[in-house]
Write a protein that binds this ligand. Structure first.
Ligand code: SF4
Length: 221
């Protein structure tokens, strides 16, 4: 028996198991982001983290938060100064401009507050479906599933779903994961993907789900 042929997935067990494994292996997503306190900080981190390792994003955002803790602070800063601080994250020049426009929109249209709903969040520059869902789950504890490459890859490897694109993965997971667990999915899968079910050479022989996993798309399985 494996998860692919077993439609009655015990999601509570599954998420708890991969969370536990990721935490015991000090997955960066669980250990490095504790300094993020406000919705604004969580939003800035999420925008800066695309295509950048968590360790690098943490270093840069800590530097940034010594100077910036509100959209107004971002607006006051010159782009060149902001670029200098962001150097170290991927596409830092583009991201500096994105942060400035995002701050402008927050001030002009949202009273300097991070919106608490999906439709308003995706109006912000730098915020797509993934980031909007991560903000809802992490900053506001709302039921939302942020799907990034880890969530997409691992759900398919485990045979929980069979999808080609992250958008389809989000739709499928919303259909099959109990709503009460949605806001734990992203962190659990990301942590597990950073440590065990890695993109290259996953540690299948050490994986707590090995017995249940059909390892779909894993080479040499
Ligand atoms: S058995 Fe391998 S492919 Fe399956 S979840 Fe574990 S690490 Fe990933």
């Amino acid at each position: 028996m494996n998860l692919e042929n077993h439609p009655e997935v015990d999601w509570k067990y599954l998420i708890k198991t991969i969370e536990k494994e990721a935490i015991s292996r000090n997955a960066p997503v669980f250990t490095l982001k504790n300094f993020l306190k406000t919705p604004f900080q969580i939003l800035v981190f999420a925008i800066l983290s695309s295509r950048t390792r968590d360790e690098q994003t943490v270093e840069v955002t800590k530097r940034l938060f010594q100077r910036v803790n509100s959209p107004e602070d971002l607006l006051k800063m010159d782009v060149s100064e902001l670029e200098e601080i962001l150097r170290g994250v991927g596409f830092y020049r583009v991201k500096a401009r994105t942060l400035k426009s995002m701050a402008e929109k927050l001030v002009d249209e949202f009273n300097s507050e991070v919106p608490r709903n999906f439709d308003d969040l995706i109006k912000l520059p730098g915020v797509g479906r993934k980031v909007a869902n991560i903000i809802l789950a992490d900053a506001f504890n709302k039921a939302a599933i942020g799907v990034d490459t880890h969530v997409h890859r691992i759900s398919n490897r485990l045979g929980l779903i069979s999808t080609k694109k992250p958008e389809e993965t989000e739709e499928e997971l919303r259909r099959i994961v109990p709503k009460g667990l949605w806001n734990r999915v992203n962190k659990a899968f990301v942590g597990f993907g950073q440590t065990v079910c890695r993109p290259q050479k996953p540690l299948c022989s050490q994986c707590p789900l090995e017995r249940l996993c059909p390892k779909i798309g894993v080479s040499g399985r």
